[in-house]
Design a protein around this ligand. Structure first.
Ligand SMILES: Cc1cc2nc3c(=O)[nH]c(=O)nc-3n(C[C@H](O)[C@H](O)[C@H](O)COP(=O)(O)OP(=O)(O)OC[C@H]3O[C@@H](n4cnc5c(N)ncnc54)[C@H](O)[C@@H]3O)c2cc1C
Length: 466
């Protein structure tokens, strides 16, 4: 086949899949040759930290392999700034348009506006089709025509609006794929990780979970708070990177018609809600949505050595509170943490250690494979009581009470805190009460919860109603 006179670019950012992909569909709709492009911006990669960078590399390699298996040269990974790379590659192949899935977070929006101008200057159009969400931010309005601030009415409107059916499958063998002249050789990644990061593995794992007899979708509502049972979907990583789209997930859930399936769909709506909130409040990445919380006195690890030590103990899972430590160590070991334990560990940092939520959010972004600005920052604000529709600040989790309630047999704690593996059940949640104290190597509690709870409420009184 001779070289085409026109082509399109499919510029991949976080939608690493071939199925249910409206932006890819739009790129191939005109029958032109398609160049699948990923722009690797070294500055952004440094900011992402090692955990997300590794998963990005694995995701790139997996999509590259899937595209190569479809008879093409694979994914073109080109290094540089998007405003320079995208117009240059578009010109290389005489592309008429560049297709993307819309980005709604602050950095993505300003990047896309700048790239739209840059490609426009060389006569190429940037076309956004679809989004990473079930219902894209900015779609829903309340009765007075403004954005929703509260989840439950948002969720009702979200349910009434409905989510589109998955996009029709494309046959990659019918597409003429192109490659960029200056494509880089992606960094080598362990084949096992590449396999796990791919679209097919994500789809397989999701279906296996849906089909499980126990601790699968139908038990979700009853079991999802128990970290020792492993009863959640683990969708957050493929949803973050786009190996699965929420449309596909919601269409699969609709076939189940169970309490568990409805409960999981509601969680997916929370994901859309937080993206919506950040869309209207881009400053919420760093600033509390409820302004009075800007005056909350916190202990600053930057200037207070005790706060720095406590932050480090929390980060490394060495607080002496078994459930908190298990969660922080799960995140270090697996790049993922169970939701209930994210709530407990976040609350502990904010209300037992009095350290600002932004420090915790930064650490989570550094350690989580699913680390995602809208979900992470707004969940942190939710726990800190300063977000929209957030948990009231005065509701302080007791880390021991949470452990006895949600990990009663200690399966989760024993899995991640080996020093406690042989502690008798009656002492597991408070190992400092065991005869002879906590086992060697496991720290004493770094604070007294009852004292710090009072201190948190005292500080809250200072800003309440402010
Ligand atoms: C402090 C804190 C930080 C968090 N940071 C992130 C983050 O960076 N990225 C991220 O994807 N999630 C984040 N979450 C939300 C939640 O903890 C994870 O999405 C969930 O634990 C992932 O596991 P799962 O896929 O098995 O969840 P499941 O319970 O199976 O839920 C299915 C999906 O619903 C969505 N969902 C569930 N709970 C929430 C929630 N509270 N907020 C928004 N969406 C939700 C997720 O997309 C999740 O994959 C955070 C929560 C807290 C409390």
């Amino acid at each position: 086949m001779g070289s085409p006179s026109t082509a399109t670019l499919w510029w991949v950012r976080r939608d690493f899949r071939l199925a249910d992909n409206p932006a890819l569909q739009a790129a191939i709709a005109g029958g032109e040759a398609v160049l699948p492009l990923f722009v690797l911006n070294p500055a952004m990669l440094r900011k992402a930290g090692p955990v997300r960078s590794e998963w990005l590399m694995a995701s790139l390699a997996a999509l590259d392999a899937d595209l190569a298996a479809s008879g093409g040269p694979g994914l073109s990974v080109v290094q540089g700034r998007p405003t320079e790379v995208v117009p240059r590659v578009a010109q290389q192949v005489s592309a008429s348009s560049v297709h993307i899935s819309a980005d709604f977070a602050p950095y993505g929006r300003s990047r896309d506006a700048a790239v739209s101008t840059a490609v426009g200057a060389v006569g190429v159009e940037l076309v956004a089709t679809g989004s990473p969400y079930g219902v894209a931010p900015g779609t829903l309005k309340n009765k007075s025509g403004s954005a929703f601030q509260v989840f439950t009415p948002y969720w009702r409107a979200w349910s009434d609006h409905g989510v589109n059916a998955p996009a029709a499958a494309v046959d990659p063998f019918t597409v003429q794929w192109l490659a960029a002249a200056d494509r880089a050789t992606p960094e080598a990644v362990e084949p096992e990780l590449v396999e796990r990061a791919g679209e097919q593995a994500a789809t397989r794992r999701w279906h296996q979970w849906l089909d499980r007899d126990r601790a699968g979708v139908d038990d979700y509502v009853d079991l999802h708070n128990l970290p020792g049972v492993d009863a959640t979907s683990r969708l957050s990583i493929p949803l973050k990177w786009g190996q699965l789209h929420p449309r596909t997930v919601l269409a699969d859930l609709a076939k189940h018609q169970s309490k568990g399936a409805a409960g999981l769909a509601r969680e997916i709506a929370w994901r859309d809600f937080f993206a919506e909130v950040l869309f209207y409040r881009p400053d919420a990445i760093t600033k509390p949505i409820r302004p009075e919380f800007a005056a909350m006195p916190t202990d600053d690890p930057g200037s207070d050595p005790q706060a720095a030590q406590r932050l480090q103990a929390w980060q490394q899972g060495r607080t002496g509170f078994p459930l908190v430590d298990a969660g922080m160590r799960q995140m270090l070991a697996d790049g993922w943490m169970h939701n209930r334990i994210r709530l407990v560990t976040a609350s502990f940092l904010i209300k037992d250690l009095h350290i600002g939520w932004e420090h915790g959010a930064d650490w989570f972004m550094n350690c989580l494979r699913d680390g995602d600005i809208p979900q992470n920052q707004l969940n942190w604000q939710w726990v800190a009581g300063c977000g929209t529709d957030a948990a009231p600040f005065f509701r302080v989790f007791n880390p021991t009470g949470q452990a006895t309630k949600f990990d009663p047999d200690g399966d989760y704690i024993r899995r991640y805190v080996p020093e406690l593996a042989d502690v008798a059940p009656q002492y597991l949640h408070e190992p400092w009460t065991a005869p002879g104290g906590a086992p060697a190597g496991y720290p004493e509690p770094i604070v007294d919860h009852a004292t710090e709870r009072k201190e948190a409420l005292r500080r809250y009184e200072l800003i309440k109603g402010g």
